[in-house]
Design a protein around this ligand. Structure first.
Ligand code: GLY
Ligand code: MN
Ligand code: MN
Length: 416
């Protein structure tokens, strides 16, 4: 295809040498996460790592809570944690499977401790006996609340109450360490380069999926695992479809295109949206609506500091954004615009693009998106501006600030 060549050419400018790694976090950090968990743990916690399908053609993805605590990226492992002890259970070698999937680690390997970062590594067949022993010492029992292994666990321990393991782990996950911030920043920097690459490439007559191709090419070219989520590239009326994925529409001069796309690098996600004019210039109405979304986003970011809530009617960043949208501009019926902002203002970002959240105010060290939008089907337009923001001691730091969002800057960047 002709455009494939053009994409390859447009990527020369962003090619670089960063190699793919299995993750950006060092083994010591996984160990200290488990130590932090054990300090507050009042019982026994069991986590089952992801199993793999029999006919694996997709990239293996570890269960995120399991990964957060272990860094372990091989399938079929089990983690048992008590306040006193932590044990990783590994499946045994399977020559046939390893011929397909590559060498795996196992408890009987001489380097099992070094490879896993665990002092106790046992074969999976010892799991039930070890769990029975742990449960005889502690009353409380935690496991994640879904998955086939959970059903088995509940059946085997029918008379034990099993509490959800997610909240105590989420409490740790919401505040990012320096290494996590570095990983999120790397994913963000690559994502910024990818958005810039689309700005160089875009022209009227292209199809939406061609911009998705540019984005994904940069992520892989820069040594990231790939996308943090499927790119959302919606032009014209498609911009008003919040999770629009099909990408088959031809884009024309006079329209804007909403691009919500980000990389996952070293296990960590970013999440950025920009809305740009296909032909290089915003129309008067597009610019007016764009400025209103941008104003709402800036007001929301300015309001971020420890103690304020993201959502809710009072003392929330959402209220700041909504009030801005309702007090600037009008729809074609003379009505306020707030009703065209139809999703949440933001969410935590980390190992997952929608990282788990705690019900409470923002705290320093959290990373969240700020993503107001206006989606007006009647005008055939959707505009969203989304940045990734670190909550600091006194305010906020925009991790994706290097990607322009002022309309004049965007038009200048699009000028060919
Ligand atoms: N990319 C999905 C979101 O913005 O939440
Ligand atoms: Mn988002
Ligand atoms: Mn997004």
């Amino acid at each position: 295809m002709a455009w494939g060549l053009s994409i390859a050419l447009s990527l020369c400018a962003v090619a670089s040498a960063a190699p793919a790694t299995s993750g950006d976090i060092q083994p010591d950090e996984f160990r200290s996460r488990r130590e932090a968990l054990r300090k507050s743990l009042d019982g026994v916690m069991v986590l089952f790592g992801q199993r793999e399908g029999l006919d694996v053609v997709f990239h293996f993805r570890q269960e995120p809570n399991f990964y957060y605590l272990t860094g372990w990226t091989e399938p079929g492992a089990i983690l048992l944690v008590t306040p006193a002890e932590e044990t990783l259970f590994l499946p045994h070698h399977d020559e046939h499977a390893e011929r397909f999937l590559g060498k795996r680690s196992s408890a009987e390997d001489a380097n099992a401790h070094q490879a896993t970062g665990f002092d106790r590594v046992l074969g999976v067949e010892k799991f039930e006996t070890e769990l029975d022993g742990a449960l005889s010492r502690f009353a409380k029992f935690y496991a994640l609340s879904s998955g086939p292994d959970r059903v088995k666990l509940q059946a085997r321990y029918a008379f034990r109450e099993i509490s959800d393991a997610a909240p105590p782990i989420t409490k740790l996950r919401v505040k990012k360490s320096d290494a996590e911030l570095a990983a999120i920043q790397r994913a963000t920097d690559v994502t910024i380069d990818a958005h810039r690459a689309t700005w160089k490439r875009i022209e009227p007559g292209m199809y939406e999926h061609q911009l998705s191709a540019v984005l994904m090419s940069v992520y892989l070219d820069r040594g990231c695992e790939g996308v943090a989520y499927d790119p959302i590239v919606g032009s014209g009326p498609n911009g008003a479809v919040l999770h629009y994925f099909s990408g088959g529409r031809r884009m024309d001069r006079g329209e804007v295109v909403l691009m919500d796309s980000a990389a996952e690098c070293g296990g960590y996600a970013s999440d950025i949206t920009r809305t740009i004019p296909v032909g290089g210039k915003f129309s008067k109405r597009q610019r007016e609506l764009y400025q209103i979304v941008l104003g709402a986003q800036k007001a929301a970011i300015a309001a971020i500091k420890p103690g304020i809530r993201m959502g809710g009617e009072e003392n929330s960043v959402t209220k700041v954004a909504k009030d801005y949208l309702n007090s600037h501009g009008k729809d074609t019926h003379g009505e306020p615009l707030g009703k065209y902002f139809t999703h949440g203002l933001g969410h935590p970002v980390g190992l997952q693009v929608h990282d788990p959240n705690v019900d409470g105010p923002l705290e320093a060290g959290m990373v969240v998106t700020v993503e107001p939008g206006l989606y007006i089907p009647e005008e055939g337009i959707g505009i969203r501006i989304e940045d990734v923001v670190l909550v600091t001691e006194h305010g906020a730091k925009v991790l994706s600030a290097a990607l322009p969002k002022e309309p004049d800057e965007i038009e200048a960047a699009l000028a060919k």
